[in-house]
Design a protein around this ligand. Structure first.
Ligand code: MOS
Length: 777
């Protein structure tokens, strides 16, 4: 706990850039001698090779079991009823007809639900897994329009759904705030992200702006976004001899199990959360009301429960990204040097969650400027708690900042790439820390050449192809490198020469299980088919969050630590009759199915031989990953240069993205095949952010009006051109494998790259997402 808290504070501090007084470490603590990657001692070339997903075949064959596909004996199906007012009390809830309906086993409301503690909200403790700390079905209070107020269990899903429709509720509404303007009028609070203020001030940015010879000063707006993973949230839950077993779709099994244990007053070991496959997470597959309601209903009915949210159910109870209103003001000299960088604004939150969209996060390290004023303020609305959504902060913050940079380039008559390069910082401009690895200039050059940027006419509306106005735009992508503490790996070597590697990590579709097998096989000196990876189960030691794009780094550090322990353990077992006798563990690595002396591989013994002589069936070690000290000494980020070509129809205003290139600088790429998909997936989500996605929020009553994929648009195949992706592949010497996270950076910068391309095509500057055709007519 203390370790977790300490390192979390370190991470927060690094993010907040208040550690500038620390002296950087010499390169580097990871491996003596400056070899960039301790994992690659054997160099048999697995890392960096194109490996197809190990679970791909299971998924296409339908044998991969997702949370809603666990069939338990005697299981019943759950349906939810959602409140229809934003705030107030339930005065009556009539359940008799539902209870009498065919197949109904239980109707649970606040009147008969078991007493439960409220879940801990993110950031309140190291094991908190809840986006909100409201009590769940414990009283008659309504906190948002869509809150679950009843659970119906029945023998079939259809029976449960029908019975839920028979429940009648009356309310005593109370005053509520459901307009953003109204919320702002009630006053704003300083934003706190993970306990740290969202505020950075260097110099007098307003005065510097006022004195600048060239200025841009604009307001940019982004709407609410709802989570729309292809797999709607689902949980299958059973109480087995006092133990709660939850098959969930989760990106944080360990924290979920701990939080659920607290809610039901259980010991941590009495709750087991599994999550072998997840159909997309993006920050949304955390702990919401449905897992707890499912467990509570199963307790009351004494039968296993499957609770699978409808798509509408996801919109009602799973929060997404909140709306933002951002001011970006840039002051510059005639040569483009930034003198003032102001990025401030307001986001809406609820009284019961703590996730302000930290849109200034990427701005802190983006450009060298003489003065800075960066802040996020929050206002309070009565609505569904918002939460993390792919690149929270950067996804929408880069839209504002990178649009403004493009506007300044127009104002100055400087090429927008050139303007960015002129303001490339030597060190982190707000924390003062050196960058661990920043090769964004290389990414810009490589991308610009590949995309054909030189062919762009900087004069807007100068390229027409029939009805279509064609333009190009670009933007910087950025996302921090994180590595959270608390991760562990357990490695077992068996006498038949196979290995089992266990990590409490998650496969949400991004390729983690494949990459983990590659990393483990490389480290253990085994072919991949001799390594089994187990993950997605809270009974595995350690906690590895699939979030903050940090999972792979956390796994790598844990595997490295466990492997070091394994070498020491095997060396002990090998004893005096081994060719390795007399050597110390740090002289030895793994190679070709056994241990070998690092500087003389002829001194070696296979795992099988060591275990046979020791008369052991297997050897198992478990070790925590090292503390993420790198974050204290370096400013660490993934970078990218995004290029977009659009065609805007001059008659209809319709925008088609015709080409897109992401040129990334994200450290070493472990598996190019899954990495390419990660980058492309992020970019596609960014195209949705730019052109389509918007949660329609009824400001009269706080109800989401478009809770379906028919009315909430995300990009489909015809909206997505061939997306080109390249990367520098320059290893960061300060991370466990030379790698940076790649899960979230893809969405960043895309909104601005599209908006800037639309400006170049049409001469129209749209500062209000999504850029729908009505804004271009
Ligand atoms: Mo990501 S929004 O940290 O799952």
């Amino acid at each position: 706990m203390t370790i977790v808290e300490d390192a979390k504070t370190a991470v927060q501090s690094a993010v907040q850039g208040v550690m500038s007084k620390l002296v950087p470490l010499a390169p580097d603590s990871w491996i003596p001698g400056g070899v960039p990657d301790p994992l690659i001692r054997q160099q048999h070339g697995l890392i960096g090779s194109e490996v197809s997903r190990l679970d791909g075949a299971f998924k296409v064959q339908g044998s991969a079991r997702f949370a809603a596909e666990f069939a338990l004996d005697d299981m019943v199906y759950a349906a939810l009823v959602f409140a229809t007012i934003p705030r107030g009390r339930i005065t009556s809830i009539t359940t008799a007809s539902a209870e009498a309906a065919t197949g109904v086993v239980l109707v649970m409301t606040h009147l008969n639900a078991p007493r439960m503690n409220k879940p801990a909200v993110f950031g309140s403790s190291s094991t908190a897994a809840g986006p909100s700390d409201l009590p769940i079905l414990q009283d008659d209070r309504i906190h948002w329009n869509g809150q679950p107020i009843a659970v119906v269990l029945a023998e079939t899903q259809e029976q449960a759904d029908h019975a839920a429709s028979l429940i009648e509720t009356t309310y005593a509404p109370e005053p509520s705030t459901t307009t953003f303007e109204g919320a702002k009028a009630e006053g704003a609070q300083p934003g706190l992200f993970m306990g740290q203020p969202l505020l950075t001030e260097i110099g007098d940015a307003e005065a510097t702006l006022a004195a600048a010879t060239h200025r841009v000063d604009q307001i940019y707006r982004t709407p609410r976004h709802s989570h729309n993973a292809i797999e709607p949230h689902a949980t299958t839950v059973a109480w087995v001899d006092g133990t709660l077993v939850i098959h969930d779709a989760s990106q944080l099994v360990t924290a979920a199990a701990a939080t659920i244990a607290d809610v039901f007053d259980l010991e941590p070991e009495q709750v087991r959360v599994t999550s072998p496959y997840v159909g997309g997470g993006f920050g949304g597959k955390c702990l919401w009301d449905h897992q707890i309601l499912g467990a509570a209903a199963a307790k009351l009915a004494q039968r296993p429960v499957r609770i699978a949210l409808s798509r509408e159910g996801v919109y009602r109870i799973v929060g997404g990204r909140t709306l933002t209103e951002q001011r970006v003001a840039l002051g510059a000299n005639a040569d483009g040097h930034l003198t003032a960088l102001i990025h401030t604004g307001t986001v809406a939150m609820t009284p019961h969650n703590n996730m302000p969209e930290p849109f200034i996060a990427g701005t802190r390290g983006a450009y060298a400027a003489d003065s800075f004023k960066l802040s996020v303020e929050t206002v309070t609305m009565n609505m569904l708690a918002n939460t993390f959504m792919r690149a929270p902060g950067e996804a929408v913050g880069t839209f504002a900042l990178e649009s403004a940079i493009d506007e300044l380039a127009v104002e100055l008559g400087i090429d927008p790439i050139d303007l960015r390069l002129r303001n490339e910082p030597e060190q982190d401009p707000t924390s003062g820390l050196p960058f661990s690895s920043r090769h964004i200039v290389e990414a810009w050059h490589a991308g610009s050449e590949r995309f054909g940027w030189a062919k762009r006419n900087p004069v807007p509306r100068s390229h027409r192809d029939g009805e279509w106005l064609v333009g190009m735009g670009c933007a910087t992508a950025t996302y921090p490198y994180y590595r959270m503490p608390g991760g562990a790996a357990r490695i077992t070597i068996n006498r038949d020469g196979t290995a089992l590697v266990e990590v409490a990590a998650h496969e949400m579709g991004m390729g983690t299980s494949t990459t983990t097998a590659m990393v483990a096989a490389e480290r253990l000196g085994l072919p991949m088919d001799k390594v089994e990876v187990r993950y997605g189960d809270s009974i595995i030691p350690g906690a590895i969050l699939a979030g903050g794009s940090q999972q792979t780094a956390a796994i790598g550090a844990a595997v490295i630590a466990a492997h070091n322990a394994l070498v020491a353990e095997l060396l002990k077992l090998a004893g005096n009759d081994s060719p390795l006798a007399g050597l110390s563990a740090d002289q030895i690595g793994s190679e070709d199915g056994g241990l070998a002396r690092l500087d003389d591989a002829t001194k070696r013994e296979s795992y099988v031989s060591i275990l046979e002589r020791a008369q052991r069936d297997s050897v198992t070690v478990m070790e925590q990953g090292s503390q993420p000290l790198e974050l204290m000494h370096w400013s660490m980020h993934s970078h990218g240069a995004m290029f977009c070509e659009v065609r805007v129809n001059a008659v209809t205003g319709e925008t088609r993205v015709s080409r897109f290139l992401g040129s990334f600088d994200t450290g070493r790429i472990l598996n190019p095949k899954t990495a390419r998909s990660q980058f492309r997936g992020g970019i596609i989500m960014g195209l949705g952010l730019a052109l389509m996605e918007e949660t329609q929020f009824d400001e009269r009553n706080g109800r989401i009006m478009n809770p379906s994929l028919a009315e909430y648009h995300v990009p489909v195949h015809l909206d997505v051109p061939e997306i080109d992706v390249i990367w520098t592949d320059i290893a960061d010497p300060h991370t466990p494998m030379g790698a940076h996270g790649i899960g979230e950076i893809g969405i960043t910068g895309v909104g601005a790259a599209v908006a800037n391309a639309i400006f170049n095509a049409t001469g129209r500057r749209v500062r209000d997402l999504p850029i729908t055709l009505d804004k271009l007519l």
